[in-house]
Write a protein that binds this ligand. Structure first.
Ligand code: ARG
Length: 456
């Protein structure tokens, strides 16, 4: 194939090198963005008088026809091309002859690729954001049904204090809201225009970078041309934001996996979102949640790939940077896949309230409330804590619970105890009284749900 840069070479490129160098198999997905960038560039060239208005219009029409042909499948990407940029320019020249050869005036593939990735990822961020909003809405909808569903809250995976399932779910809504914030921050810093940076040192043509900025919907032109072509911070920022999303989904998945086990049995997944075993007929496995947890690992890997790829690069462009795309595309593809499978899995699961309530009854999760009962009657907390510890030990020895321990046993430890104790340590009461801001009381969780819905 006759290369656009063949001028100074006297030999054909080795076929292995061609294949090694080529990126069209993975950057081909940016064809729309490449064409949008080229249309903005051609418009600007015409407006600035760098090429004639007629040539500019012909180029724009040619690019539009290429786009239309790719969209309907009339034009297939040639996997022998070096990359999507070369492919589209070559196709344009095939269609327009020498007019097509004017498109690349005062532009380099280095600023071109930087524009394309930004435009591509800008759209992807919108999609991920939309998927997160749906997931958060599903969480709110489910939490709303479970503001009274008592379950044990855990620390160290040991039963700790009573909460509700709604409260537990809403913790994830907060994490995912912050994730949306991180995506928004990333989108803001990403949305600047590298076009016009040239190969690295700008250009001698009277280009108008503010015009292409406006045409492409960027907020401003990048201020330094070397930075314009060698910055991939936005990929790293996005991969990091996506990694945090995956970390959250992975924690949530881990809990779902535990809750599905016979040891917990707090939930049951819908048959459509679980899988069986090839040998054990009784099995119903939470494969989806496990895969989400597994995929978090590869996305963290993508993030690390990008950091490591950039750390030793001198300014400005280096071919190493071609490796950015597979890493960030993998992160983007997988986070979208995970959220869109996770959301319906969550929406369709059955919550086994009774099992949660039974688990809450064991493990002395109202011990703090028992100590607080004494404190409210005037005892210093540390003394109350010690007495309650003794009562828990007595319950363990007698194989009973604080609720069932007779009042005489209490009175032996402190004269402050009376029959109203049993009301104070009933789990329903313990949850209802946790009305502190952000706490698990049903009223408080309803407020949390309102807070989250308002921010969506
Ligand atoms: N395919 C290249 C990439 O993805 C495009 C930029 C090539 N620039 C260059 N000077 N070889 O990074």
């Amino acid at each position: 194939m006759d290369k656009m840069w063949a001028g100074r070479f006297s030999k054909e490129t080795d076929s292995g090198v061609n294949a090694f160098n080529s990126s069209i198999s993975f950057d081909g997905r940016m064809y729309r963005n490449d064409i949008a960038g080229s249309i903005a560039h051609a418009t600007m060239l015409g407006e600035a008088g760098i090429i004639s208005k007629e040539d500019s219009e012909a180029i724009i029409a040619g690019l539009q026809s290429i786009l239309a042909d790719i969209e309907v499948g009339k034009l297939e990407l040639d996997m022998n091309a070096e990359d999507i940029h070369m492919f589209i320019e070559a196709e344009l020249t095939k269609r327009l002859g020498s007019i097509g050869k004017r498109l690349h005036t005062s532009r380099s593939r280095n600023d071109q690729v930087a524009v394309d990735i930004r435009l591509y990822l800008r759209d992807e961020i919108k999609e991920i954001r939309g998927l997160l909003e749906k997931l958060i809405t599903t969480i709110c909808d489910t939490a709303e049904k479970h503001t009274d569903t008592i379950m044990p809250g855990y620390t160290h995976l040991q039963r700790a204090q009573p909460i509700t399932f709604g409260h537990h779910l809403m913790a994830y809504a907060q994490m995912l809201l912050r994730d949306i914030g991180r995506l928004d921050d990333t989108a803001k810093r990403m949305n600047v225009n590298p076009l016009g940076s040239g190969a690295l040192a700008g250009t001698t043509y009277p280009i108008d970078r503010f015009l292409t900025t406006k045409l492409l919907g960027f907020t401003e032109p990048m201020v330094n041309s070397l930075d314009g072509v060698s910055d991939r911070d936005f990929c790293i920022e996005l991969a990091s934001a996506i990694s945090t999303i995956m970390m959250h989904l992975s924690r949530f998945s881990e809990e779902i996996i535990m809750w599905c086990s016979w040891e917990f049995k707090f939930i049951e997944l819908d048959d459509a979102f679980a899988t069986g075993s090839s040998i054990m007929p009784q099995k119903k496995n939470p494969d989806v949640a496990e895969l989400v947890r597994g995929k978090a690992a590869r996305v963290f890997g993508d993030n690390m790939t990008l950091l490591a790829m950039m750390k030793g690069l001198p300014l400005a462009y280096n071919k190493d940077m071609q490796e950015d795309k597979e890493a960030i595309f993998d992160a983007v593809d997988n986070v979208k896949l995970c959220i869109s499978t996770f959301t319906p899995m969550l929406a369709t699961m059955t919550v086994l309230k009774d099992n949660m309530r039974k688990a809450a009854a064991k493990g002395f999760i109202n011990a703090t409330d028992c100590a607080d009962y004494l404190v409210k009657k005037g005892m210093p907390f540390r003394d109350a804590y010690k007495i309650t510890g003794g009562l828990v030990a007595e319950c363990i020895a007698k194989n009973t619970t604080l609720e069932e321990l007779p009042i005489e046993c209490y009175k032996e430890k402190s004269g402050l105890f009376d029959n109203d104790l049993y009301e104070a340590i009933s789990l329903e009461h313990c949850v209802k009284c946790r009305t502190s801001y952000g706490g698990p009381a049903p009223e408080s969780v309803k407020k949390q749900i309102g807070y989250v819905r308002e921010r969506l």
